[in-house]
Design a protein around this ligand. Sequence first.
Ligand code: BUP
Length: 447
Amino acid sequence: ESLKPPHIVVFPFPAQGHLLPLLDLTHQLCLRGVNVSVIVTPGNLTYLSPLLSAHPSSVTSVVFPFPPHPSLSPGVENVKDVGNSGNLPIMASLRQLREPIIHWFRSHPNPPVALISDFFLGWTHDLCNQIGIPRFAFFSISFFLVSVIQFCFENIDQIKSTDPIHLLDLPRAPIFKEKHLPSVVRRCLQTPSPDLAAIKDFSMNLLSYGSVFNSSECLEGEHMEYLKQRMVHDRLFVIGPLCSIGSGLNSDSGSIDPNLLTWLDGSPNGSVLYVCFGSQKALTKDQCDALALGLEKSMTRFVWVVKKDPIPDGFEDQVSGRGIVVRGWVSQLAVLRHVAVGGFLSHCGWNSVLEGLTSGAVILGWPMEADQFVNAKLLVEHLGVAVRVCEGGETVPNPVELGRVIAGTMGEGGREVAAKAEEIRRKTEAETEANGSSIEDLQRLVT
Ligand code: BUP
């Protein structure tokens, strides 16, 4: 029989922070001769366009109708449209695709030889056992975060009545307040008996055939061992930061809006603060007022990406020339890569973190929810590449203080942290170049 290119199936979770890096990985696999079927629901097909046009002959979309869920409006299939609260109903609905996927697999003329699926889809471990192909869990989050979740799940009874919580077995024995733990852990702590389904679903990831992490040795080398000891396999692939692996899908400056690009081109190198809190979180009115005033007082050039956030009337006129407010979606990676951008005021979602670090931007962290407090600790306390400017989804910062920290960090006061950020940028660049560790792991995954 002739040697056919391998055919695999990729199953992303429909939230931007999960979806985009897995599509980046898929792009890299296709560039290395793999044929891929990507499982999506109708509402998410649009996110595949860049991938489908880059690889018209090796990527196929496999579209399944989205089973209705009582708490989701019809047509809402991406967490972007509902916020974090949508994770659970979307997870529950996707679970109903199990039988249709098995049917698709069994009737395929050239059935896939492996599945790579998001870590939110732990149930696909059993699915793969049933159809007899290996499942690789894809982690769009950090080793540190997965270790924190794993530690908490293993010690759920002991940590239940303590606050703050001391994670003694992890490197640096970090301490977290209960409210800063990942939501999946908090849900378990808040119910009288642990949510066994959530714990089982998560642990399936470590039991799967292999694991792929969008992370890197220089960022998280010290956090890998704890998890390696808990994986039933030694097939660990550290392939990241994916946003930096050559010929990516989303970094082209041509994707920046022309007006914004002209403004950035006219700004001094490293002078611009990029402000964005991810696709799920909208700031409250008070937070917007405080941030607007803080930006105004900082006298720093900035680009602020807003979704539904209520920014104060007249703000854009007040800061005209020095600041730009963009409504809707921007090509974040391309903006961060622009030489004019020197800082990133971020919610510390893992992809934003990686995009900021690989662009050499100093991160001004304002973690709000979910995994963001854990990421912020890694950046600020372990790596020293960021400063924390505020903390909490409801917290309203003091505008004067905020303006002072922004001006300081973007100016002379930020020298030390900027030097560390530059050092990390160079190290991640080396890891994602031809003989770098991430490229070697990518090659190992394909062969
Ligand atoms: Br908003 C926004 N453009 O306008 P995180 C986001 N992104 O390219 P989290 C854009 O979405 P969530 C925009 O570059 C990153 O790759 C951004 O992922 C991109 O956030 C991704 O930073 C966001 O991991 O997800 O909280 O995990 O954005 O869904 O809240």
